[in-house]
Design a protein around this ligand. Structure first.
Ligand SMILES: Nc1ncnc2c1ncn2[C@@H]1O[C@H](COP(=O)(O)OP(=O)(O)OP(=O)(O)O)[C@@H](O)[C@H]1O
Ligand SMILES: [Mg+2]
Length: 336
């Protein structure tokens, strides 16, 4: 069966390995623990897991355990009976009930209190739970998938996470490698996001100059795929030309590569440039004629600046007064 990747992009060997395990474990009901740094795509991976399971037609219910106040998390997960606490004015279903038949995703499970961890363990092992303030035992036909960017073994050693729950969750570990270890996936994702954002904004797709590509590839992306995605969105809004050059890259990428930001384009164009053979050809001049003309222009400019005072003009040109007069005579410009 073709794997539904739910929009996961990447061809690196380390991601392929994760997807190989995903394809095997998805159709089973096993508990999966997804680990990885922030922004590596843990939620996307869990969605792909659900999409490839036999529960795909049933709800997928994510719960961010770190974002819900501790005292509310239990009732959020298991629901409550009317009157269970002061604000419980009516009976309410919890997320386990809403996920019935499907998958519940316990994100940031490392943030959960020890007392609630016991109840999750029971829901996992006995498939049973009670609403807060309720005495009726409810049955849960729910697959539990958890994720964390903490090192749960360290949390267990520190007494902040139950060892039995850790082993029960960690039946099938899926570890998402940080983006910096995925090599060319960085560029694949960069092009993918850039294409998507440019289409959304109905502008032609931006491409990278070779130098900019090199710097994007070499940057360690501490915020992983999320950081890369946000940066591509920014480019799709702020980059004026159709090619992303190094001047469009943020300071942190240039600093990492030890590259000084180039001067703005307008300044660079107005700056000094030595004449080239092409300039001689364009003016149809030989070397002597070109040099004489150049010299004449500078003499005239200097005289103009000095209001015709030869001493001053010579000083501006860095030559002796007598040399200046000689040059002017040759050109019949000496005046009196
Ligand atoms: N391989 C990928 N292909 C395409 N998009 C990706 C990929 N990995 C991650 N993303 C996108 O990057 C963003 C972050 O991914 P996600 O929310 O899944 O990361 P996370 O590991 O759950 O992060 P956090 O730890 O901060 O919760 C999302 O917008 C997601 O769609
Ligand atoms: Mg997440």
């Amino acid at each position: 069966m073709e794997l539904n990747l739910s929009g996961m992009v990447g061809q690196s060997a380390c991601l392929a390995e994760v997807l190989r395990v995903l394809a095997k474990v998805a159709p089973t009901d096993s508990t999966v623990l997804v680990t990885g740094e922030s922004g590596t795509g843990k939620e996307l991976l869990v969605r792909a897991l659900h999409a490839n399971s036999r529960r795909a037609g049933k709800p997928f219910v994510p719960v961010n355990c770190g974002a819900i106040p501790r005292e509310l998390l239990e009732s959020e997960l298991f629901g409550h009976e009317k009157g269970a606490f002061t604000s419980a004015v009516r009976t309410r279903q919890g997320r386990f009930e809403l996920a019935e038949g499907g998958t519940i995703f316990l994100d940031e499970i490392g943030e959960m209190d020890l007392s609630l961890q016991v109840k999750i363990l029971r829901a996992l092992q006995e498939k049973e739970y009670e609403r807060v303030g309720g005495d009726k035992t409810l049955k849960a036909d729910v697959r539990i998938v958890a994720a964390t960017n903490r090192d749960l073994e360290t949390e267990v050693a520190a007494g902040r996470f139950r060892e039995d729950l850790y082993y029960r969750l960690n039946v099938i570990p899926l570890h998402l490698p940080p983006l910096r270890e995925r090599g060319q996936d960085i560029l694949l994702l960069a092009d993918y996001f850039l294409g998507r954002f440019c289409r959304q904004k109905s502008r032609p797709t931006l491409t990278f100059s070779p130098e900019a590509r090199g710097l994007v590839l070499g940057y360690p992306w501490p915020g992983n795929v999320r950081e890369l995605e946000n940066f591509m969105e920014r480019l799709s809004i702020l980059c004026d030309s159709e090619v992303v050059g190094i001047e469009d890259l943020p300071r942190k990428i240039l600093d990492h590569a030890g590259v000084a930001p180039p001067p703005p384009v307008a300044l660079a164009e107005a700056g000094f440039r030595w004449p080239t053979l092409a300039d001689l050809a364009e003016k149809s001049m030989g070397l002597k004629e070109f040099m004489d003309t150049l010299e004449e222009k500078l003499l005239i400019e200097a005289l103009g600046k000095a209001s015709g005072v030869k001493n001053q003009a010579a000083e501006l040109l860095g030559i002796k007064r007598t040399t200046l007069i000689e040059k002017l005579k040759k050109r019949n410009m000496a005046g009196d």
